[in-house]
Design a protein around this ligand. Structure first.
Ligand code: NOJ
Length: 446
């Protein structure tokens, strides 16, 4: 191995993550309400192979074993999310005691094993009952979210100090409310613009609630990011890349830092954001002084101008077309690009600590005689960690790296076939098999 864990410093936070809707299963057990993903997966053609998160990894029943696995692989941090629908089955209104109790057990289990819990408040599983009222497009969202966050802080704030408000707001607003690939499957700017705005507001408001209710809280939120390169050096392609970059990389972090929404001449979405969301009125309220920001980088993108694509007027030139290294998702593998994105986000004024709150890759795993030799995943982690070490060496205040993900799980509209885990799951028997990448992590962290 070209580096040691200790090269990152002895207090570096090495972690592994999961998320409620992807891992828990038990979708209707002990009073849990339906989430938008439970509902979306029932609609034909929305999730590959008709897969549903109904049972997933049965983390709800197997949390002790899985947390123990995280510990056995050497991690110090365990990141998981709270399913809003376990706490408030209808999203608002009555509290479900059994759901509240479940996360006490998960937290206690972590603490008992000496794992530090990092808890995400929203990892994409909005209560379906709230979606019926407009979900993220509704101006009531802030009120609903405030209640949910307040309950979580009252319940768990004494035990959990590390909080993540939103998981990849860009991800769930564009995929869920603009292109309809994710739950709730809405398509169009009329959904996207209010969803974007309410998510920005909720992100900051969530931070404020945690700050006011939890002593010594360490508060963050996560941003997806992807470097965007123009396919050629023609001006049209360069502008296309700039539009995509604004959408993917600037739209959420800039308001959270008090910079308001980004604007670009000739990019109609940005005019509409300012008009529709009356952006100028909310700059202060969308700002929050996060202790850390979480960075999640899964691919680099290359785009070219395409006037046929509404608003963004750009299309991706895929990694396969360009014949560059890519994962089984078709996502370009590019550790240098990851390095540049980390440096770029760290350079924003007002960013304090950085944690890589997710990093990982999907590959086609082959279970042969009880062994999964996922050498490509090991190489991926090795290259990305080396890139991170370089950034850290140059002064980036990076405090931790959280691998995605502990076990194979429900990969949203890709279903169960897309595997990101360090531990393989046979979804028929729920048998867990540590992949070689899992052993690699154990060796690194020993
Ligand atoms: C980011 C999301 O937070 C996570 O839920 C997802 O599984 C990974 N990306 C991989 O797509």
């Amino acid at each position: 191995m070209p580096f040691k864990a200790s090269d990152f410093g002895n207090d570096f936070l090495w972690g592994v993550a999961i998320a409620a809707p992807q891992n828990e299963g038990a979708y209707n057990i002990d009073g849990k309400g339906l989430s938008i993903w439970d509902a979306f997966a029932r609609r034909q053609g929305k999730v590959k192979n008709g897969d549903k998160p109904t049972h997933a990894c049965e983390f709800y029943y197997r949390y002790k074993d899985d947390i123990l696995l995280a510990k056995a692989l050497g991690f110090k941090v365990f990141r998981f999310s709270i399913a809003w629908t376990r706490i408030l089955p209808e999203g608002t209104g009555r509290i479900n005691k059994a759901g509240v109790a479940f996360y006490h057990k998960v937290i206690d289990e972590c603490l008992e094993l000496g794992l530090i819990p990092f808890v995400t408040l929203y990892h994409w599983d909005l209560p379906y009952e709230l979606e019926k009222e407009g979900g993220w497009t509704s101006h009531l969202m802030l009120k609903w979210f405030t209640r949910f966050v307040t309950i979580c802080m009252d319940e768990y704030g004494d035990k959990v100090k590390n909080w993540i408000v939103l998981n990849e707001p860009m991800g769930f607003t564009t995929l869920g409310y603009m292109i309809g690939k994710h739950a709730p499957g809405k398509i169009g700017l009329e959904y996207f613009l209010p969803a974007l705005h309410n998510a920005s507001m909720a992100q900051a408001e969530g931070g404020r609630i945690i700050r006011s209710l939890v002593k010594d809280a360490y508060i963050g939120t996560t941003f997806s990011c992807s470097e965007v390169m123009p396919y050629t050096n023609k001006e049209a392609d360069i502008l296309a890349a700039q539009r995509m970059d604004l959408l993917l990389n600037r739209l959420f972090i800039e308001p959270s830092l008090g910079m308001g929404y980004p604007h670009m001449e000739g990019f109609s979405i940005t005019d509409k954001i300012h008009f529709h969301n009356k952006a100028w009125k909310y700059t202060e309220r969308m700002k929050f002084d996060f202790d850390f920001i979480g960075i999640q980088n899964y691919f680099a993108l290359t785009v070219k101008a395409n006037p046929l694509i509404p608003y963004i007027q750009a299309t991706e030139v895929s990694a396969t077309t360009r014949k560059v290294p890519h994962t089984a998702m078709g996502w370009e593998i590019n550790a240098d690009s990851f390095y540049r994105m980390v440096k770029r986000f760290a350079a924003y004024e007002g960013v304090k600590d950085i944690i890589i709150t997710e990093g990982g890759a999907c590959f086609k795993d082959h279970l042969v005689d009880g062994v999964i030799n996922d050498a490509d995943r090991i190489q991926y982690f090795q290259d990305y960690l080396l890139a991170l070490l370089k950034a850290k060496g140059e002064g980036v205040n990076v405090k931790g790296y959280i691998a995605w993900t502990l076990t194979d799980n429900f990969e949203w509209s890709e279903g169960f076939k897309a595997r990101f885990g360090l531990v393989h799951i046979d979804f028929k028997t729920q048998l867990r098999t540590i992949k070689n990448s899992g052993y690699w992590w154990r060796k690194l962290l020993k």
